[in-house]
Design a protein around this ligand. Sequence first.
Ligand code: CA
Length: 227
Amino acid sequence: MRVLVVEDEQVLREALRENLTAAGFTVDVAADGAEGLFAGLEYPIDIAIVDLGLPKLPGIDLIRRLRAEGKQFPILVLTARDRWQDKVQGLDAGADDYVAKPFHFEEVQARLQALLRRTGGWASAVLACGPITLDTRTQTVSVEGRAVELTTFEYRILEHLMLKAGEVISKTDLTEHLYEQDFERDSNVIEVFVGRLRRKLDPDERIKPIETLRGRGYRFALPRNTP
Ligand code: CA
């Protein structure tokens, strides 16, 4: 999943970048509201973290502009702890949730994941489809109760497909949501990873979790068991 971080404090911005990358996100950062607006409009962002106090374009205005342009990805705002007015204003402008500064990174991560799940129509942190279970908190996957070891990238692809289970995801879409902007994009690489995922999840080709739709992309084909 591709997250946009709009934060003018460099130390905080870099800490978020580092932690989110380690947590399996693809991260774009912006140091002011204008850069944030550009990135939010131009890149295929899945979710954004927006500080409210930003140079060039205040966070509230940034959120309003993104919503006015039809961008519907979830937005988590960062607010000062004692400013309840900021929280209300942020939500009114179109944000979905907030975290007060200073925060623990775990809280930010948990809120991002909850927002992403809800966007995908999932209420629970554990995504279960047929015999496959993916726990977004521990980033673990099992098939029929047996743990399956995935690399970070394999996990990211599976999480993306399962969060949007039932939807067709193009290779371009997968590439754009899983790689940073300067990464050389090659859809053949995605094919290799999907092939490996299939072999790990379904070595005897019984459950066929990932469907290929010729010329259109992939679909996670197993029905959802959990809400
Ligand atoms: Ca700030």
